[in-house]
Ligand binder design. Structure first.
Ligand code: TPP
Ligand code: MG
Length: 579
């Protein structure tokens, strides 16, 4: 009797307790409230339980073998979806591993949030040697667009809202969000916690261009004798595909896609000047840049590549500071690309004059000539393969499967694939980006497979693959439809270098005849060794049909590549080098 009375009293006391939530749950609820339903990361103190709880709550948590690759997956998720990709890391070393990807996202203008657990502030700030001690916020700041730390559970909603806005508004980029270990366990009243969450309204508001800027740009374009449109990955990011296509077609001007803008209009489009790049850069008189920056990838808009003819630039970018970054921009148009292109289209009216016929003819004939010159090289069936024979096969496969995602990194493997493989749909080609960074391969492949649900073909130099190769286990574990083709030429650029000083291998060569295909077999995937274009075709088609995680070791002549691919001219030269 007495015992029963005590029980009732306890139950009543429990009823009277306010319902609680805590930092773990508030972060999860805040992510879900804002439609952030996928996390790429690596578990460990202090975020292991957070990952488990996020997974249990329905968030997709993709667990990697190294944070850099998780970060690259998040970065490309941001590019593909216009929502910030989320990467989750542990403190200090995990955070630093993720930081390269955060900086990469910022440089490439991809929205991403790196959420990292961190150690106790009181100990870190007194430098008393905490577990994984590091002042992460200070270190992240110069490498991203914005960096925030949340110390109180009731600020989680605002903290995430700030992170989302910073990542996607204006020019997108990487954001760092520091969540100290103590925050996760902080309990607060559940109702108050819920009220503290923020659903970000209109996170990337349209930025409407000024009518005068539109008129100035159109007047300049109309007056052009040799107009050129350059599409950058900002144009691909904008997801204004139909408007961009209509605008380019209405203008009648040749267009040049930067590598991740390929497919906005098909590379086989009548106006595509991809195969006449040097001609159009040199000879054009008015150049309209849409979401493309005049950085090193466009030779800074000056010098030999741009020829002697005077040139006027029209630039469309959401970031006003981009204007005049390298050369004078005669007609700057600041605004989001969707709004700008729509305004340009409207301003063109019903009768837009076609560019002079001699210009179109000279671009088209140069393009056709270059394509015809290349064609026989793409059909060779040499064994071991050269780049052209192998890429000729992959070119056809991509043509037959235009909705597959294409990942590409390496030096020769990148430069030649970019030129040879036509892309037919927007945002299908994802690659090394602004830095020409090696290591994006498997992270991008995983991110692309998860975000798009499409099959992925990753064309990788053997060196490039090595930077993220362990993630083939992740690909097998999540059973992702990824086919990795390794262009194995035994090294970086070539496999033929010799060190004449001692018995160490030369710095650019790897184990000769390595069998990368055997790596994936360790995890239950399909490995294929392909020594001819015919074998390569069969293996890739089988992989793309089945969706089985596959790694193909494509044996490439070790002498076929050239130093640094197409950018060997950027290597400094020694004046006093001893032979
Ligand atoms: C993070 C990073 N480290 C190093 C480099 C320098 N680098 C440029 S290309 C490349 C590898 C090229 O070799 P591979 O991927 O095998 O392509 P190949 O030219 O042999 O086809 C390296 C190491 C880089 N771009 N990024
Ligand atoms: Mg190589």
């Amino acid at each position: 009797m007495a015992e029963a009375a005590v029980k009732t009293k306890d139950a009543n006391a429990a009823d009277a307790q306010p319902e609680l939530t805590d930092g773990f749950h508030l972060v999860i609820d805040a992510l879900k409230l804002n439609g952030l339903d996928t996390i790429y990361g690596v578990p460990g103190i202090p975020i292991t339980d957070f990952g488990r709880m996020a997974q249990a709550s329905g968030i997709r948590v993709i667990s990697f073998r190294h944070e850099q690759n998780a970060g690259y997956a998040a970065a490309i998720a941001g590019f593909l979806t216009k929502k910030p990709g989320v990467c989750l890391t542990v403190s200090a070393p995990g955070f630093l591993n993720g930081l390269t990807a955060l900086a990469h996202a910022t440089t490439n203008c991809f929205p991403m949030i790196l959420i990292s657990g961190s150690s106790e502030r009181e100990i870190v700030d007194l430098q008393q040697g905490d577990y994984e001690e590091m002042d992460q916020l200070a270190i992240a700041k110069p490498l991203c667009k914005a960096a925030f730390r949340v110390l109180h559970a009731q600020d989680i909603g605002i903290g995430l809202a700030r992170a989302i806005r910073a990542a996607v508004s204006g020019r997108p980029g990487g954001v760092y969000l520091d969540l100290p270990a103590k925050l996760f366990g902080q309990a607060v009243d559940a109702a108050a916690g819920e009220r503290s969450l923020v659903k970000v309204i209109d996170p990337a508001p349209a930025q409407i261009p000024a009518p005068e800027a539109i008129k100035r740009a159109l007047d300049m374009l109309k007056g052009a004798k040799r107009p050129l449109i350059i599409l950058g990955k900002g144009a691909a990011y904008a997801q204004a595909d139909a408007a961009i296509r209509s605008f380019v077609e209405k203008s009648g001007a040749p267009f040049l896609p930067m590598s991740m803008a390929k497919g906005l209009l098909p590379d086989t489009h009548a106006q595509c000047a991809g195969a006449a790049r040097s001609t159009v850069l040199k000879d054009s008189d008015v150049v309209l840049l849409i979401g493309a920056r005049l950085n090193w990838l466009l030779s800074h808009g000056k010098g030999k590549a741009w020829g002697d003819a005077p040139k006027k630039f029209i630039q469309v970018d959401i970031e006003p500071k981009e204007m005049d970054s390298n050369v004078e921009i005669a007609a700057p148009v600041v605004g989001d690309i969707g709004s700008v292109v729509t305004a340009l289209l409207d301003g063109m009216g019903g009768h837009w004059p076609a560019p002079p016929a001699d210009w179109i003819k000279s671009v088209t004939s140069k393009r056709d000539e270059n394509i015809a010159k290349m064609a026989p090289r793409l059909m060779n069936n040499n064994s071991p393969m050269d780049y052209h024979g192998a890429l000729g096969v992959l070119r056809t496969i991509v043509k037959e499967r235009p909705d597959a995602m294409l990942v590409n990194e390496g030096a020769n493997t990148l430069d030649l694939a970019r030129g040879i493989i036509d892309v037919y749909q927007p945002r299908k080609r994802i690659d090394v980006g602004t830095w020409g960074v090696m290591g994006i391969g498997m992270g991008y492949a995983i991110g692309a497979a998860i975000e798009t649900g499409k099959p992925v073909l990753a064309i990788e130099g053997d060196s490039a693959f090595g930077f993220s190769g362990m993630e083939i286990e992740t690909i097998c574990r999540y059973k992702l439809p990824v086919c990795v083709v390794i262009f194995n030429n035994d090294g970086i650029y070539r496999g033929t270098d010799v060190n004449s000083a001692n018995s160490d291998p030369a710095t650019t060569v790897f184990v000769k005849g390595a069998r990368y295909d055997k790596l994936i077999e360790a995890f239950g995937g399909a490995g294929v060794n392909a020594t001819s274009p015919d074998e390569l075709r069969r293996a890739v088609n089988a992989a793309m049909d089945s969706g089985t995680p596959t790694l193909i070791n494509a044996v490439i002549d070790s002498a076929a590549g050239s130093e640094s691919g197409r950018i060997g001219n950027l290597n400094p030269k020694s004046a006093v080098r001893k032979k």
